[in-house]
Design a protein around this ligand. Structure first.
Ligand SMILES: [Zn+2]
Length: 250
């Protein structure tokens, strides 16, 4: 046993040295920069690939779930929504770098930012009163928008969260668009609302009957979008519907 260990030690050292060398070469060739502050991400900052630890730690936390759940009800002007609970990880505010994070997620085309911060969202959910979810449903993009962007950031957040929570993702439970109703007589805000609310069941919706579903989105503002998604899922017989967003607006 001992001789094996003695023989293998130089091999392990060599492998470790090669790994360090390869990592250094990679950092030299393609140095990683924080998407939030632009600074270099050093070898010692390993929690996130796309943001330095200092930036992520400085992002303010989102409001409490109870406060978030009040938003769609307040906007709709009645006391109930189709949502049973709402969670978010960060607060989207002017003073913090959260906007840079959401911008990088949507427009830099980095699917891995979605996976990475979806996992971060899931780690937060684990510390909350959150349990027994059967399926993650990302808020879909309009087909044209998805073609233009190449991917749906909410789906990648959901996939990142799914890896941590060990819950399957249903990216085709909802469809977006097909909106044809007359827009005349509506204000710009009402038109925007009507477009946002235009969700219909997708091919995976039937499999979610009686399920407990978590809708995943990048940003939670008034809650109109996820509430519309929840309404469509409720009509399909989904039993309990919660929503989680990477960031909640102030
Ligand atoms: Zn940074």
């Amino acid at each position: 046993m001992k001789s094996t260990w003695v023989q293998s030690r130089p091999g392990r050292r060599l492998r470790a040295a090669l790994q360090r060398g390869a990592q250094s070469a990679l950092e030299f060739l393609a140095p990683r920069h924080c998407e939030l502050c632009g600074g270099h991400i050093g070898m010692t900052q390993r929690r996130f690939e796309f943001a330095c630890d200092a930036c992520v730690d400085a992002l303010p936390p989102a409001p409490a779930p109870a406060e978030l759940l009040n938003r769609p009800a307040a906007r709709a002007g009645h006391a109930s929504t189709a949502l049973d609970a709402v969670y978010a990880r960060f607060l989207l505010c002017r003073e913090a770098h959260t906007h840079e994070l959401i911008h990088a997620l949507k427009y830099r085309g980095c699917r891995r930012i979605g996976l990475e911060f979806g996992a971060e969202l899931a780690r937060t959910l684990r510390h909350m009163d959150f349990d027994d979810v059967d399926a993650l449903v990302p808020v879909p993009l309009h087909a044209a928008r998805q073609r233009e962007r190449g991917f749906n950031q909410a789906e990648y957040l959901a996939r990142g969260a799914a890896a941590v929570l060990q819950i399957p993702v249903y990216p085709h439970a909802l469809r977006r668009g097909g909106y044809t109703a007359s827009q005349t007589g509506l204000t710009a805000l009402q038109r925007q609302d009507a477009r946002r609310r235009n969700f219909r069941p997708g091919p995976q919706a039937a499999a979610l009957r009686n399920a407990h579903v978590l809708i995943v989105d990048d940003v939670f503002t008034t809650g109109a979008t996820v509430n519309a998604c929840a309404g469509t899922l409720r009509e399909q017989g989904v039993r309990r519907i919660e929503a989680a967003a990477l960031a909640a607006a102030e």
